[in-house]
Design a protein around this ligand. Sequence first.
Ligand code: C2E
Ligand code: MG
Ligand code: MG
Length: 401
Amino acid sequence: MSTENKGPVSVEEIRQAMGRRELKAYYQPQYDAITNRMVSAEALVRWVRPGGETVMPGDFIPLLEQGDEIMELDWYMLREVCEFLRNQRERGVPSVPIAVNFSRTHVKEEDFCENLCRVVDACQVPHRLIEVEVTESALVDDSARIGSFVTGVRGEGFTVAIDDFGSGLSSLSFVKDIPFDVLKIDKSLISRNCEDERERIVLESIFNFANRLGLITVAEGVETREQLGFLRTCSCKKIQGFLFARPMPAGEFDLLCSQGGKEEGEDILVIQAPSSATQLLLEAIFVRYPLVIFSNLTRNSYYMMAYENFSATTCPSTGIFEELIGHGAATMYPDDQEAFRTTFSIANQMAAYERGDKFVRLVTRQLGDDGVYRKVETTNYFVKSPSVDDVLVISLCQNLE
Ligand code: C2E
Ligand code: MG
Ligand code: MG
């Protein structure tokens, strides 16, 4: 495939090419981040010239976007996609939902929903198979109209995706206010292979809020296994990128659909870097235990991670282990304080460790920030580390009521 550009093209040339159906819908599959199964795809335009030369969208879409011609192209692409899906149905090939790009101009189109339904219904394609993809910048420009646009499209049973999130002037207020379904994270955010700490923090935060808002997250431009591993730890739902598949002609994509999509069937933990695997484990622990403390009894030190507002969070998050026990005991019901101090004294825990006990557990009543006593279970697990002789402990604390 050649991407060579033979000088500037005119709008008229592109129009004629559309008439000759030289503009083709290519399909780039999207994969479930955990199962590696192909679950959907995005349609991307390619101008395949008679000689076989392929012109990329970046070489002619900006020209169309200067006028309303871009809308013609988008409707043309929707028709291509619908015909493809109709053809699959007629041959009994299983279909997956296809995302179609719509330029920002459509947001202002009064009868967009009617036109959308007309084209899709003409091919008797179920609405759930079409995803309307609009770039983030379209929404920022015209936030007043976008709410009714998205609501209207979703009301007809289509899904709506926000494309290129994070590429430009991202507005968090539209994420909060507009009820769309899918958030596509722009490839510029993962371009540094997720090796950069600042990049990871930004990505983790985006996935965190998107997942909590119940959005389906798609990472674009995934090219390496390292990126994939990191995105999985962020609970990213879908992956679109060269690592799995490039945009491909309809025939090739159709073959993939008839095979039910590629599946690598890897164990998720196998491909994790050790730090990511540890993070997954910690997340699993935190779901159940709001407070986790890592202590080194030999060195009389601790490090505390409080996941949510737990009554002991007034303690410094790191410091001297004996002071932690003193601090903890002071928040207990008076009758329980002595038991707490004794059970978790360094001497008694060392003795338990030397006896071969796996853990030490105690239930006490602890005063919460709201002034109410609640039963709290503290379990200290001994950890055998191959790298140090120190006696290490992980404490898991949970409210029992
Ligand atoms: P987009 O909608 O964000 O599409 C994703 C782009 O990322 C595609 O570029 C795709 O080929 C590319 N991509 C996917 N995975 C990777 C990867 O792993 N690495 C890298 N480097 N790139 C990856 P493409 O096909 O060149 O399209 C560029 C843009 O042109 C699209 O960005 C979209 O904004 C626009 N476009 C394409 N087709 C249409 C269309 O039918 N209508 C409209 N309005 N815009 C379209
Ligand atoms: Mg797109
Ligand atoms: Mg994009």
